[in-house]
Design a protein around this ligand. Sequence first.
Ligand code: HEM
Ligand code: HEM
Length: 153
Amino acid sequence: MHDHHHRPRRPIRPSRRQRQMVYLATGLLLVSGLAWLIAHFLLPLPEFAARHPLEPWAMRIHGAATMLGLAVLGGIWGNHVLGAWERGNHRGSGGTMASLWLALALTGYGLYYLADEEWRAIASWAHIALGTALPAGLAVHVIRAGRLRRAAA
Ligand code: HEM
Ligand code: HEM
């Protein structure tokens, strides 16, 4: 019977399209971030170039993926993040995901606007460390969610 004293349960699982967009944005961020790292640290500089020509291209894609990712995060915030948190499901890996996105946005903002060399270097290394943790965190989160869903089915 429908209980009128309780609000209907919000759907917690991100929709199919939202899941695809989470994976697309995360994948683009990872691939473009890795491309920048390879171009910056591993590839030989072409003659007379101040930086490898691949770097600005990697960051153009990275910036676009950031905008997509933050829009997708906003889309799943109300139902998924807050809803799952209220129910107390997967608070560890989910809370880690939300914190990583926030910290990556903050350190990424620092990379745009910090002029001081030392602070910029700190933001850069923090960002790269957090960025590497993001896909791993998402994998853990999604695998755990899948296990619980199959156990409940
Ligand atoms: C406090 C924060 C969060 C909590 C407590 C949480 C909790 C959960 C729970 C309980 C599920 C299983 C849902 C179900 O099967 O009905 C799930 C799945 C999922 N979560 Fe989160 N989550 C959080 C944040 C995030 C964030 C920030 C992202 C991505 C940016 C994310 C991405 C996903 C995705 C893609 C799935 C679907 C996995 C699948 O069913 O294939 N979550 N989460
Ligand atoms: C929530 C996800 C992320 C956000 C919001 C984000 C945002 C940003 C922003 C705004 C920049 C500065 C762009 C520029 O200088 O033109 C940046 C740079 C960078 N990001 Fe990310 N990023 C994210 C995830 C990642 C991931 C997953 C990696 C993978 C390792 C990564 C690696 C890098 C690298 C290597 C740079 C260049 C660092 C530098 O210039 O010193 N990012 N990111």
